[in-house]
Every structure is written in C-alpha cells, then in structure tokens.
Design a protein around this ligand. Structure first.
Ligand code: NAD
Length: 326
C-alpha cells in the first residue's frame, strides 16, 4: 500500500491531506511533506488566519472548504492515503470574546474529519493538539502524554473536546488517529495577532511593543520547521502511540522575548497593558518519549530562529499586512 511504502521512506507516490494547510504551521508542513515526495492536498476555509499566499511557490492541490462540512471534507479527502488535521480556530484572545466558532471548527470539524476518514478507509490521521490542554504547569512540572487535562481558556477547552472526540472514535470505531501536542510555535508566516509577529511588526513600525500584564508569563518556543518535521516524522514512522509531544525545550519569560525582538529591531520601548483573562503562567511538555522513540529533537536554536523570523517580517511587512485582519 502506498502509504506504507512511503512511510518506510521508499520512493512512492502518496497523497496526503493537510487541513488548515494555508495557515502558519500548516503551510510549513505542506513544504515539509512536498520535500519528502508527497502529493499534498490542502483543505482550508481561508478564514482571516489562512492565506493562499502562505503557499505560494509550493506545489499542491487546493480545496477551499470547511472542516465542519462533510461534503467539503469528502471532496478533499477522496484518494488520500493519510490526513494531517490542523484546521482550527487558534487564537486564545478571540476565544475569550466568542467561543462558538472554536467549538464548531475545532470539535465538530474533528468529528467530521474522523468520520470521513473512516468512511473512505484512510489509514492514518494525525490530529494536531496543543500544550494548552494541560493548563498551567503546576510547580513547573512538565506534562507527560497521560497528564490530566486542565484547560484554562475556551480555546484550550475546545482542543480538549477535540482530543476527547479522537479518543472516543479510536475506542468505538477503531479510528487510526494519533494526537500530537506541541508548545508555542514561532517562525515565518504566523498571523500578526500572535505574540512574536505582533511585537515584531509593532517595532518595525516604529511604535512601542505591547505586552500583556507585566510580561511575566513564560512559554516554551518551538520553531515551526521543527514542528513540521516532527509531524511528518510521526506520520511516516507511525510507531504505535496514542499521543506525542513536541517541545522546543527553550522556556522564556515573555518580557525577555519582547526585549529581544526590540533589540533586533533597533531598540524600542515595551508598553504594558492589562493581563489577558485567564492567562496561564507557564505551559510545559515532556517530550522525552518522542525523542526516544522517533529520534526527533528540535534543531533551530531560539536565538537564531528569532533573528531569522524578525528578518523575515522585515522583508515581508507589506505582504503580511495585505489582507490581514488587524
Ligand atoms: P492558524 O490560525 O495559523 O491556521 C489555522 C488554519 O485553519 C487557517 O489557514 C484557517 O484558514 C484554517 N481554518 C480555520 N477554520 C477552518 C475551517 N472551519 N475549515 C477549514 N479550515 C479552517 O493556526 P496555526 O498556528 O497554524 O495552528 C495549526 C494547528 O496547530 C491548530 O490546530 C492549533 O490548535 C495547533 N497549535 C498551534 C500552536 C502554535 O503555536 N501556533 C501551538 C500548539 C498547537
């Protein structure tokens, strides 16, 4: 079977569907899969967060459609050997204002993807989740794959519910689906609403850099190319495992990262606003199982990746703002 030969790293045509492939991580993942010889099909609704521009120059078949609509998912999934399901509403601050689209896309969308994959006999589904399902790390202890869920915001709650769907579909219907949780990604093509692009674009525009609260929350940073490589490895190796963790292993205080961005942009002030509702102090994932069983580890050091990211935004400022909802 094509997927098994390709997953055994043999030259072979395999067709992989990436939902949310026009988004930040999805568009890097499409590049990674194409570089491994896959035919990639993208299903993306092109919400405010997704853009065809993110995939310019990358060979792929594109379907504009909604993961929560069965006909759209079927149309894109027919003929595919595997699915990487990344489509989601992904911004915590938006979920605090209106959680409804998060539950529709993230939960119902996951149910639809799994049902269509079962109906079409697709053998491998990788479902993308987040470190936020575990909430703030207690006593700075990193969460292993079986840690209890403690979502701290509506986005995280929707991702917990999506994981619950995956678990139930595996148990009830034998869905062959793996869950991947990762820490904060950064890198090129991230929407300007997210922290590092927001700070970078503010600084490049000459303004102060807006930071939530006193900037004391900490995050673990994973370069998007390392995340994409991890997702492709998980799909190709297909080692039996219910859930995988991908972490950058580089935990930093937000304020320090904002100061690094300011320095890279020639020096700018930070301006401290109100703390975000439900802000979690720190998220930490234990990814030792992924490292041991797949031999995966991040390759891009944060300082190098951050400098390259800032440079990318410097070069693409106009493109990034074009069509982006502020
Ligand atoms: P993103 O917001 O950049 O991209 C999401 C993509 O999904 C967009 O292209 C959007 O148009 C598309 N989309 C949204 N609703 C859709 C729908 N109903 N039907 C089809 N397409 C739809 O998000 P991202 O940062 O690339 O995140 C990708 C995945 O990774 C998400 O599942 C997210 O929860 C998860 N994740 C992200 C991070 C991170 O740091 N960015 C960390 C952990 C997990």
């Amino acid at each position: 079977m094509a997927v098994e030969r390709w997953c055994g790293r043999m030259e072979c045509a395999v067709r992989v569907l990436v939902t949310g492939g026009a988004g930040f991580i999805g568009s890097m993942l499409v590049r990674e899969l194409v570089s491994r010889g896959a035919d990639v099909v993208v299903l993306d609704l092109l919400t405010y967060a997704g853009r065809r521009w993110n995939l310019s120059g990358v060979p792929h078949t594109f379907h504009r459609g909604d993961v929560a609509v069965e006909a759209d998912v079927s149309r894109a999934m027919i003929g595919c050997d595997a699915v990487l399901h990344l489509a989601a509403e992904s911004h915590v601050s938006r979920s605090l204002g209106d959680a409804a689209p998060f539950f529709r896309t993230n939960v119902e969308g996951t149910r639809v993807v799994l049902d269509v994959a079962l109906r079409l006999g697709v053998e491998r589904v990788v479902h993308m989740s987040t470190d936020e399902v575990f909430g703030a790390a207690l006593a700075d202890e990193a969460s292993g794959p079986d840690a209890p869920f403690r979502p701290g915001n509506p986005y995280a709650a929707s991702k917990v519910a999506a994981e619950a769907v995956v678990m139930a579909w595996r148990h009830s219907f034998g869905s062959r689906a793996a869950i991947v949780r990762c820490t904060n990604n950064y890198g090129p093509r991230q929407h300007p609403e997210k922290a590092i692009p927001c700070w970078t674009l503010a600084a490049l525009g000459g303004g102060p850099i807006p930071v939530h609260g006193r900037g004391t929350a900490r995050r673990d940073w994973l370069h998007v190319s390392d995340c994409a490589r991890g997702l492709a490895d998980i799909l190709q190796d297909w080692v039996p495992c219910a859930s995988w963790h991908l972490a950058g292993g580089d935990v930093r205080v937000n304020r320090t990262v904002a100061e690094q961005v300011a320095a890279l942009c020639g020096g700018h002030d930070l301006v401290f606003g109100p703390e975000r509702l439900g802000q979690d102090r720190v998220y930490l994932l234990d990814d030792s199982l992924t490292r041991a069983r797949l031999g995966w580890s991040p390759r891009v050091p944060f300082t190098t990746g951050l400098a390259e990211t800032v440079e990318w935004y410097r070069r693409h400022q106009a493109d990034v703002w074009r069509g982006a909802e502020r």
